[in-house]
Each structure stands twice: as structure tokens, then as C-alpha cells.
Design a binder for this molecule. Structure first.
Ligand code: ZN
Length: 492
């Protein structure tokens, strides 16, 4: 099976061929650590963590970098506004971001370089551009001359002659072209500053990504990611300065994820609808948030709504219920079992077992096809649902709960194990969901009291009381489940 990746640079899905056979190098633009991360900041990392998992599954050796912008206008402004030192803000916000990444099982990042720790490499790259005549100093600032880059604007198909706005730099009175952007900014009083051949100053935002990407991944690498909003000017400028300095292609595949909308509006402080990751993680299990993000194809906008989160919670519960169901039947957990449907299918004793196993193996292929199609995680999740439905139907139709037979249970277990393993390609189903906290043990005990009372009511034919108990619990969103082996409950 061949992997195809949509490349913003060409506007097409292309056959994926790494620069160096067997290896994939990825750079993702990370956060500017001036305020706590919101849900939008989690999208890129969750997507690329999933991409890395999938590429590793396809036997590639993957290196993935996410930068931390810890010196920037925004940080300087935030510090001026709050009085908190820039370094303290950067440290506090970076820690918050890293914790969110850990919680979301974003474990694939190999390096998280900070801009302030790479000033030397940044200055060297700017010197290279100045020496090549593609950058020029003005009063301690250094600008990139976009007229020196023949194909400036190739990512977003812009004509540099019409380029008058959109850069983050508002000084620029002495720029050669309106679209020229700052590589180095002369220090103003009170701002963080480093020595350079042009005097004390600090790097521009764009050059920082070029320098760090080259340091960790080389002058040409495979994938460069970021939100759609970074295409211009940030990525356009990264391409211009990198390719002008090296004379080589910078990134081969440019990949952009959709932005997050909160109740159909762009998340912004002025809308007052910013959802901080650490708040959401108080509200939802991390797996639910990850599942939510992956339920939309990465190039589409993600719509965060209460209803969407409710649906995601229900969706993921169907998988957890199936895993519990299989564990109850087979006596072991599909999270830890090593049982391959591939190894069972030829020994099927009945036509029904064989058909089920073949259908499940077909679903596995379908999921891999979705992932090969530009990492279509939404399509992959749809296949996970189909596979879960298939295993549930098999258990029902084979009446494994009332008439368990060992080979039937094995087939059901192998289906559930396949589901766990395919989910893990997306960073889902890594471990069983947290059972009730110790503090909730009282709730569990009280539920057993109610379940016993209902059972006794029904045994004495007092069905009205039995139903009343069930309905009152339903009002608390607690659902009773009558099974052949007794009554269980779950919170919806
Ligand atoms: Zn960047």
C-alpha cells in the first residue's frame, strides 16, 4: 500500500517518498509561550503524533521536532502588561504545554528546541543571507530582501509586487520592499537582547524556525507542518530565507491543519471563547479529547461544541463497553492480550467464525487504506466503529453470553485485540479507561444496594418499583445494564 500526502506547495496529494529512504524528518511549528495553550494548540501535535505513530508502523525511522518560541513581541507585550518577567512567563507556559502533551499521549516529539537556546545558529543563518546579498541591515535591524528570491510567494501563490501588508513587522520605514521582513530586530530598552554583528537585538520569528529545523533535520527534510494560519507570512518566509541561504529545497511536503472553531466562531480572546487545554483536561479524559481531534480530517476546520464533545464521549464509550464485554466473557483484557485473528482464521470451525474473521481482517485493510490516504484519521475512526459493531454482532449472533464456546470466545477476543491495536495506531486505547476513583467507591457500593433492591422488587413482581429505581437513576444519567451474568451500570 502506498502513502499519499497532500502537499500545500503543489496543491495535490502526492505519493510519499522520503528525502532519505527509510527515514522521515518532520518539523512542526510550536507555540509562542506567552499564554496558556488552548485546544487549537493541541491539534497539530496530536495530528503529527498520530502521523509519527503511523509512519513508525510503516517501518520508517521518524525524527520529529516542535519548536518553542520563547522570545517574541507577544511575550514582551504580555510581560509589560502583567509585570511578570519574560523568562518566568515562558517557563510557566512551556511547562503547562508539556504537561498537556504528556496527558494527550503526544509522546513522539524528539526535540523541543527553544529559540533563546539557538541564537548562535540563528545569527549564523542571517550572516549567510547577508553575505549572499539577500538580506540587509538597517539601523541594527536586518531585513530579508524578497526581491532576491525569484519564487517568493510560491506556497500561497502571492505576487510579491502586491505584497504590502501581512507581515508582523510594523517598523520598516527603511525597507527596500514593503514585503521585506525582519530577520533580526535591534534591541529596545528593557527587551531581551543578544550580541550580533549588527548590535544587540533578538531574532525575528520566521528565521528561528528555519535555523532550528536545519540544525536538527538538515537543510532539506520531509514534512513541515503548522496551522493553516501560518501559511502566510510565516511559512512563506521560512521557505524564502531557507532556500535562498542553501540553494536547496527546504521541506518537501508542506502540511497544514485546519483551525479550531468554538461553537462556530474562531477561538479568540475577544470572543471570550478560548478553551484552555488544562481546563478541558479537567472536564474530559485525555483520550476523549484526542479522539475528538482525530475525528475530523486534519485539513478541515475542527468544530468544538458541547454537542460534539457529548457525541465523542458516547462514541468512545461504545469501544470501552465492548472491551469490558469481551473481558467479562473471556476473563482477560483485550488491552493486554496477544491474540491474532490472522492466526485463527484458517482454523475456523464454522462458516460463521470464518466469515466474521475475514470481515474483520477486511476492516483492518480498510483502516490502513484510510491512513494511507493523507492520514485520514476521521475515516480510520469510522472503520473502528464498523469493526466494533462487527465484534458486538458476532457475540450477539453466536449467543456467546448465554452459550459460551471457547473458539467463539477466542474469535471475539481476537477481534477486540485487533480493535485495540488499530486504535493504538492513532494513539487511542493505550490503556483501560480509569475506573472509578477510590473516592468513588462509596458510589459503587451504593449502586450495588440499589441494584439489589431493584432485583428483589422484580423478584417479588413489584415491577413498578423496579422501573422507578431505573428511571430515577436514568435522571442522574446512570444507565443500568441487565446482562445474563447480572446487572451492571455505567454513567453516560
Ligand atoms: Zn515556525
Amino acid at each position: 500500500m502506498t502513502l499519499r500526502v497532500y502537499n500545500t506547495l503543489t496543491g495535490e496529494k502526492e505519493l510519499f517518498e522520503p528525502v532519505e529512504p527509510g527515514k522521515v524528518k518532520i518539523y512542526l511549528c510550536g507555540p509562542t509561550v506567552y499564554r496558556y495553550s488552548h485546544i487549537g494548540h493541541a491539534v497539530g501535535p496530536v495530528i503529527f503524533d498520530t502521523i509519527k505513530r503511523y509512519l513508525a508502523f510503516k517501518a520508517y525511522e521518524v525524527t520529529w521536532i516542535v519548536n518553542i518560541t520563547d522570545v517574541d513581541d507577544k511575550l514582551i507585550e504580555e510581560s509589560a502588561l502583567t509585570g511578570e518577567p519574560i523568562e518566568a512567563i515562558a517557563t510557566r507556559v512551556t511547562e503547562d504545554y508539556l504537561k498537556a502533551m504528556r496527558d494527550l499521549d503526544v509522546v513522539g516529539i524528539d526535540h523541543l528546541p527553544k529559540a533563546t537556546e539557538h541564537i548562535g545558529a540563528i545569527v549564523t543563518l542571517i550572516e549567510r543571507l547577508v553575505a549572499a546579498g539577500a538580506a540587509y541591515p538597517v539601523d541594527g535591524d536586518v531585513y530579508f530582501d524578497i526581491a532576491k528570491d525569484a519564487d517568493y510567494g510560491k506556497l500561497t501563490h502571492r505576487d510579491p509586487a502586491e505584497q504590502t501588508s501581512g507581515t508582523r513587522d510594523l517598523r520598516g520605514g527603511s525597507k527596500r520592499n514593503p514585503g521585506d521582513f525582519a530577520l533580526w530586530k535591534a534591541a529596545k530598552p528593557g527587551e531581551p537582547a543578544w550580541d550580533s554583528p549588527w548590535g544587540k537585538g533578538r531574532p525575528g520569528w520566521h528565521i528561528e524556525c528555519s535555523a532550528m529545523a536545519m540544525q536538527y533535520l538538515g537543510e532539506t527534510f520531509d514534512m513541515h507542518g503548522g496551522g493553516m494560519d501560518l501559511k502566510f507570512p510565516h511559512h512563506e518566509n521560512e521557505i524564502a530565507q531557507s532556500e535562498t541561504a542553501t540553494g536547496k529545497p527546504f521541506a518537501k511536503y508542506w502540511m497544514h491543519n485546519g483551525l479550531t472553531r468554538i461553537n462556530t466562531k474562531k477561538a479568540s480572546k475577544s470572543e471570550g471563547n478560548v478553551k484552555l487545554i488544562h481546563d478541558l483536561l479537567e472536564q474530559f479524559p485525555p483520550e476523549t479529547l484526542r479522539f475528538f481531534i482525530l475525528s475530523t480530517h486534519y485539513r478541515r476546520p475542527i468544530d468544538f461544541t458541547d454537542e460534539a464533545m457529548e457525541n465523542t464521549t458516547k462514541a468512545i464509550a461504545t469501544f470501552h463497553r465492548l472491551f469490558e464485554r469481551v473481558e467479562r466473557l473471556a476473563g482477560s483484557s483485550p488491552y493486554t492480550m496477544d491474540l491474532r485473528l490472522e492466526g485463527l482464521v484458517n482454523d475456523a470451525q464454522s462458516e460463521a467464525d470464518r466469515e466474521y474473521a475475514q470481515a474483520a481482517l477486511g476492516q483492518k485493510l480498510a483502516l490502513l487504506e484510510r491512513m494511507d490516504d493523507d492520514f485520514n484519521t476521521a475515516g480510520a475512526i469510522a472503520v473502528l466503529h464498523d469493526l466494533a459493531a462487527l465484534v458486538n454482532r458476532f457475540i450477539d449472533e453466536q449467543q456467546l453470553e448465554t452459550k459460551p464456546r471457547p473458539d467463539g470466545l477466542n474469535f471475539a477476543m481476537a477481534g477486540a485485540v485487533m480493535l485495540v491495536e488499530l486504535g493504538r495506531l492513532l494513539g487511542l486505547f493505550l490503556r483501560p479507561p480509569k475506573k472509578a476513583e477510590p473516592g468513588d467507591s462509596l458510589a459503587g457500593e451504593l449502586m450495588q444496594v440499589l441494584i439489589t433492591l431493584r432485583k428483589e422488587a422484580r423478584a417479588s413482581k413489584n415491577y413498578a418499583l423496579g422501573d422507578r429505581i431505573r428511571d430515577l437513576l436514568a435522571g442522574l444519567k446512570i444507565k443500568l445494564e441487565d446482562r445474563p451474568d447480572g446487572t451492571g451500570w455505567r454513567k453516560e
